[in-house]
Write a protein that binds this ligand. Structure first.
Ligand SMILES: Nc1ncnc2c1ncn2[C@@H]1O[C@H](COP(=O)(O)OP(=O)(O)OP(=O)(O)O)[C@@H](O)[C@H]1O
Length: 254
């Protein structure tokens, strides 16, 4: 679980995060949503330890970051997996080597063991027989699976995903969402996902925080988001024409 208390972050005198308090639960897919520029990435980067908060605290499974010794912080870094928006695979390494890379960084495994482990994880993300392919030789959806496999290679306690669906067709996007959720449940990971995609929110938004102008404007679940009257949330949700039509149809009793 990650507990964030009154998190503040400014750049050049401009306050971007204005005191956010939120909980991201263990074994769940926790989503951060909000309009462009609302502070989602800055929030995520604070949790990843890439930015140092100006105020407030981030507590990982009961231990606050600012109270950790250097060794504890280093250990925590090895327990975080990251799935980037554009997969960010190493172009010059094949699929298997991409997954062996974090295994080499943080483990003392022999090469043969790393290769075996990489192939086990590839099997888990339903990618077999592609291990010797280069990233440029596989589809966007397959690249995302490799990136997910790499992100979970070291059995992270925390998994961070920045728009995991961007660039994918809706069907492939749903497959990736479901895979992230299944792995989150079976490995009891605290997963935090930034998304713009309302389909993903509906599919896997077990907890949702909605940011507006650097503040937490609403929190709830995917069952609650379509029922709320919070204007900021409804503006965001129904900015999609499809959802607007669904709401009109519901109001008209269809
Ligand atoms: N390193 C930085 N230095 C200065 N300003 C920054 C930095 N990173 C982000 N910002 C500013 O913080 C604000 C919030 O940016 P952020 O990237 O968190 O938004 P976002 O909600 O993730 O948007 P998007 O959905 O478009 O990715 C923006 O005004 C941005 O310019």
């Amino acid at each position: 679980m990650i507990q964030v208390n009154n998190l503040k972050k400014s750049f050049n005198g401009e306050e971007i995060l204005k005191g956010i308090t939120a909980t991201f639960e263990k074994g769940k897919t926790n989503m951060i949503i909000g309009a462009s520029g609302s502070g989602k990435s800055v929030f995520l980067k604070n949790m990843l330890g890439l930015f140092v908060p100006d105020d407030g605290e981030i507590v990982y499974d009961g231990v606050a970051l600012n109270e950790m010794e250097i060794e504890e912080k280093s250990k925590l870094r090895t327990e975080m997996g990251m799935l980037f928006q554009h997969s960010a695979l190493f172009d010059s390494l094949n699929v298997e080597e991409n997954i062996m890379f974090p295994l080499r960084m943080f483990n003392r495994m022999r090469k043969k063991e790393r290769r075996e482990k990489a192939n086990e994880i590839l099997e888990r993300v339903n990618l077999v027989n592609l291990n010797k392919k280069m990233p440029s030789e596989i589809s966007g959806g397959q690249q995302k699976r490799v990136a997910l496999a790499r992100a979970i290679a070291n059995n992270p306690r925390f998994l961070f995903c920045d728009e995991p669906n961007s660039g994918l067709d809706p069907k492939t996007a749903t497959v990736i969402d479901n895979l992230i959720q299944e792995i989150t449940h079976e490995r009891n990971i605290t997963t935090v996902i930034i998304s713009h995609d309302m389909n993903s929110v509906m599919e896997i938004g077990e907890t949702i925080v909605f940011l507006k102008d650097g503040k937490l404007a609403w929190k709830g679940t995917n069952n609650e988001i379509f029922k709320t009257d919070n204007e900021a949330v409804t503006d965001f949700v129904y900015s999609s024409n499809l959802f607007k039509k669904v709401r009109i149809a519901q109001n008209e009793g269809f």
